[in-house]
Write a protein that binds this ligand. Structure first.
Ligand SMILES: NC(=O)c1ccc[n+]([C@@H]2O[C@H](COP(=O)([O-])OP(=O)(O)OC[C@H]3O[C@@H](n4cnc5c(N)ncnc54)[C@H](O)[C@@H]3O)[C@@H](O)[C@H]2O)c1
Length: 278
């Protein structure tokens, strides 16, 4: 194997912005980037959390990771941060649009707010603001910097298997509860995750002549303390018979960000144990 082939997946020196980096999957994305020699720039709402994460990654992987408290729905914060990174690193190579409001489906003793009939307009606006407007603003400002690289770069949008299929609301049903009290997966989740696929296609063509690739990862659900009853029902819908573990997406992310996927552009990739195949 030639040296070039051996280093196909390396991210040495690449400055890669990860939104929602303090979350369950964002922290795994940032770790994977650092492990492959990249410089993860961790963005999330809490300054202490991202700074602490960045310092741990820098020490463990000997990279210059940085964390910033940035609300991605605020264009001035995003714009200033993109300028700062560009001035200080001289370039930005990648962006992982990962942040989203991740609504837990919870039962309630009141008429359940998650149901379409009750869904509050302000929650719709907040979910769209983070998941879609935030991704647009990051693409606009960090993406524009990536487009100035002589070698281009890679944008990865984190969609979901629920960007490809509708949620099966039977999965969330509790026996003995009247319909109006039953929780559902909110409408915003489907809309935001499907919208990111549109953003992916748009970006994949927009800066293609400048070497900027854009692809969407559509992860399946991650096992994270859900009740046994739910796991039994959802596992039956997945050919591999299980939800994902939080580190199941790290290899795919490295592939999508690195030269190993140099001709991958505009692809919408389900990584869901086969759920959308059935
Ligand atoms: N966990 C899953 O089962 C699963 C499955 C498929 C897809 N996804 C997608 O993967 C991504 C990460 O999911 P997760 O489980 O790690 O979610 P998470 O809730 O653990 O993390 C999301 C992070 O985004 C941050 N965030 C929210 N609003 C923000 C804002 N305005 N500015 C900056 N950061 C903000 C939150 O503080 C949080 O740390 C999401 O896009 C989610 O929809 C998750």
């Amino acid at each position: 194997m030639s040296v070039e082939l051996e280093s196909l997946f390396r991210l040495d020196g690449k400055v890669i912005v990860v939104t929602g980096a303090a979350g369950l999957l964002g922290s795994k994305h940032a770790e994977a980037i650092a492990a492959y020699g990249g410089i993860p720039v961790l963005l999330d709402l809490s300054k202490n959390t991202v700074e602490e994460q960045a310092s741990q990654l820098s020490e463990r992987y000997n990279v210059n990771a940085l964390g910033f408290a940035i609300d991605i729905t605020d264009e001035s914060q995003v714009e200033r941060n993109a300028e700062w990174l560009f001035d200080n690193y001289g370039k930005i190579d990648g962006l992982v649009n990962n942040a989203a409001n991740n609504p837990k489906v919870e039962e309630s003793s009141e008429k359940n707010f998650s149901r379409l009939e009750n869904f509050p307009l302000d929650i719709w606006n907040q979910d769209v603001a983070v998941g879609l407007t935030g991704a647009f603003l990051c693409a606009k400002h960090y993406g524009a910097k990536i487009s100035k690289n002589s070698l281009g770069g890679s944008i990865v949008n984190i969609s979901s298997d629920l960007g490809l299929i509708a949620p099966d609301q039977h999965l969330y049903m509790k026996e003995g509860l009247d319909e109006e009290f039953q929780a559902v997966k909110p409408v915003t989740y489907s809309v935001v995750k499907t919208g990111l696929i549109g953003l992916t296609r748009y970006l994949a063509t927009y800066w293609a002549d400048k070497g900027v690739r854009c692809n969407a990862m559509c992860p399946g659900g991650v096992e994270n303390g859900q009740p046994e009853e739910f796991l039994k029902k959802v596992n039956a819908k997945i050919p591999m018979g299980r939800l994902a573990q939080p580190n199941d997406y790290q290899g795919i992310l490295i592939w999508m960000l690195s030269n190993a996927s140099s001709y991958l552009n505009g692809s919408i990739i389900p990584i869901d144990g086969g759920r959308t195949t059935w």
